[in-house]
Structure formats: structure tokens, C-alpha cells
Design a protein around this ligand. Structure first.
Ligand SMILES: CC(=O)CC(=O)C(=O)O
Ligand code: MG
Length: 221
């Protein structure tokens, strides 16, 4: 295990970047009638997007269609630029289960107008995260079942083997554009089954028998 000057097991407290990959599962790109990408689609969330179990996900007041997207998160332990694919996994400190909460109606309007997705993706509480999963708890991050239920009904289920771009490819690609730092989190995209949540819904998500988490949805007061 690599040494780290600070404790990365609470990576969400570091205030570092959340770099999100979109359309990394062909079935999800198709369900939203998007083309399957030939290069990663990237966007960012600010650290104020983090929310931990015990606190609710707050629906943004300007959206009537808030979607869940369950995703595998990769926690960066060693920063770098121009990282090669061969060395990329040396920069991974561990993983987390994440939700990329998305105001889909707002995103659709942004897409129509050619505007950035900030309002749709970067609002406070748009990135619920599980506890940190140490790297050695996951043998193969490209063979994990991730799932999400809403009020006990299964909505999303997918295997990370279906990712179009692998974790080493993403780390290498991203680090040529944006320097990676200790404590950064990469969201690797969502499998199919994204759908709406409403006030008082309970989202439960998990990775195999490794971790699970629950979040309640609330309206902004
Ligand atoms: C269309 C999207 O919102 C892309 C995205 O976030 C994904 O995970 O795919
Ligand atoms: Mg996403």
C-alpha cells in the first residue's frame, strides 16, 4: 500500500476535484439516445457536491426530473500528469460507490442549447458517496456488479466489465488534460436503468457484497 501524507480514507473531506466520465456504458448511451463515444466525455463536480450517508440528497428547486446514476468511483492516491496506462493503477488508492445525481430535464435543455451541464450535474448533494474501499478489497475493478434500488425496486444493475474505457485508459486520458491530485475522485460512468426519484424516495446502492449505502431524497426547504 502506498504511503500517504494524510488519511485518504475520508477523501471527500479533502476538497479535491470530482472528474466524471459520461456515456462509458454503451447501453446507457443508447437509452438516452446518445451516440456511443469514441473518446471519453468529461465533466466536473465541485467538492460541495459530496454528501455522505445520514444526510439527504436535496432535489434542486429548478428541476422536475432528478435521475439517479450509480457509478464506480476511483480515488486517486498519487497525483500526476501525462500518466501512462501502464503506470495508471499505481496512482489508485482505492474506490468508492458513487451516485451522479443528474437533473435530467435541465441537462436536456443544456444539450439543446449547447450549454455546459453545470446546473444539471454540479449542484450541492449531487455526489453521494460510500465509505472508502481500500484498493486491496477489490481484486478486479473491471469485474464488479453495481446496482441501485429505489424503495426496494431494482432500477440499475451492471457490470464494470461493460465500461467502454478502462480505468487505466481514463487515468491516462484525463491526466493529459487535467493534473490529477491526491484525493481526486473519478466517476467512471453509469450502466443503463437511470430514472427519476421523487421526494421521500429511498435510494439503496451497492457493489457486489463489498459495500452498500442508502440515501433519502428531500425537497429543498
Ligand atoms: C448523459 C449523462 O448524464 C452521462 C453520464 O453522466 C454517465 O454516467 O453516462
Ligand atoms: Mg454519470
Amino acid at each position: 500500500m502506498m504511503s500517504s501524507p494524510k488519511n485518504l480514507s475520508k477523501f471527500w473531506e479533502w476538497g479535491r476535484k470530482i472528474i466524471c466520465v459520461g456515456r462509458n456504458y454503451a447501453e446507457h448511451a443508447k437509452e438516452l439516445k446518445n451516440a456511443v463515444p469514441t473518446e471519453p466525455v468529461l465533466f466536473l463536480k465541485p467538492p460541495t457536491a459530496y454528501v455522505k450517508e445520514g444526510s439527504p440528497v436535496i432535489m434542486p428547486y429548478y428541476s422536475n426530473n432528478l435521475h439517479h446514476e450509480v457509478e464506480l468511483g476511483v480515488v486517486i492516491g498519487k497525483g500526476g500528469r501525462n500518466i501512462s496506462q501502464a503506470c495508471a493503477m499505481e496512482h489508485v488508492h482505492g474506490y468508492a460507490l458513487c451516485l451522479d445525481m443528474t437533473a435530467r430535464d435541465v441537462q436536456d435543455k443544456c444539450k439543446e442549447k449547447g450549454l455546459p451541464w453545470t446546473l444539471a450535474k454540479a449542484f450541492d448533494t449531487s455526489c453521494p458517496v460510500s465509505d472508502f474501499i481500500p484498493k486491496d478489497k477489490i481484486q478486479d475493478p473491471h469485474n464488479l456488479n453495481i446496482w441501485l434500488k429505489v424503495n426496494d425496486s431494482l432500477r440499475q444493475e451492471g457490470n464494470t466489465s461493460a465500461m467502454i474505457f478502462s480505468i487505466p485508459f481514463l487515468i491516462s486520458y484525463i491526466s493529459k488534460i487535467i493534473s490529477l491530485e491526491e484525493g481526486d475522485l473519478i466517476l467512471t460512468g453509469t450502466p443503463k436503468g437511470v430514472a427519476s426519484v421523487k421526494e421521500d424516495d429511498e435510494m439503496m446502492a451497492g457493489i457486489d457484497n463489498i459495500i452498500s449505502m442508502k440515501f433519502k431524497v428531500e425537497k429543498q426547504s
